[in-house]
Design a protein around this ligand. Structure first.
Ligand SMILES: [Zn+2]
Length: 136
């Protein structure tokens, strides 16, 4: 069946030829808070080679808290974040979970939290696998 999604304006669409994500979780890094405008990002990690993306994607490259460059993909038309692509792990890409088709995002089972070192103090989430930084 695979995964699929789109940005707010639907100019950008994507499909991922996988049965299930590698990791589903929350990213509490400061950059994700700023890009999403929210307390953390819902991230759905998939193999980059399985992703097909269409539409006007724009990319912003910045240094992550880890010191490595992360490319943040967003829709050029509506600005919705679509994914982030860490150079430190070139085989994967982290889709922004909120961009998945509605029924697919309802079925997600987040179990991992990363960058808990910058988790905002009022966030109540406590998933099974928390990491202060990145999983090793
Ligand atoms: Zn858009």
């Amino acid at each position: 069946m695979g995964l699929s999604g789109h940005c707010l304006c639907k100019a950008v669409t994507y499909t991922v030829d996988v049965e299930a994500p590698i990791i589903t979780g929350y990213d509490h890094c400061d950059d994700c808070q700023r890009q999403s405008g929210s307390s953390y990002s819902l991230v759905v990690v998939v193999p980059k080679a399985k992703l097909s993306i269409n539409g006007p994607v724009k990319k912003y490259a910045g240094k992550a808290d880890s010191g490595n460059t992360v490319h943040r993909w967003f829709c050029e038309t509506c600005g919705s974040p679509i994914a982030h692509e860490p150079e430190a792990a070139p085989e994967i890409i982290a889709l922004k979970g909120g961009s998945l088709e509605t029924e697919q995002k309802k079925a997600l089972k987040p179990d991992t939290e990363i960058w808990c070192a910058s988790k905002l103090p009022f966030v109540q989430e406590k998933l099974a696998k928390p990491f202060d930084h990145m999983p090793q």
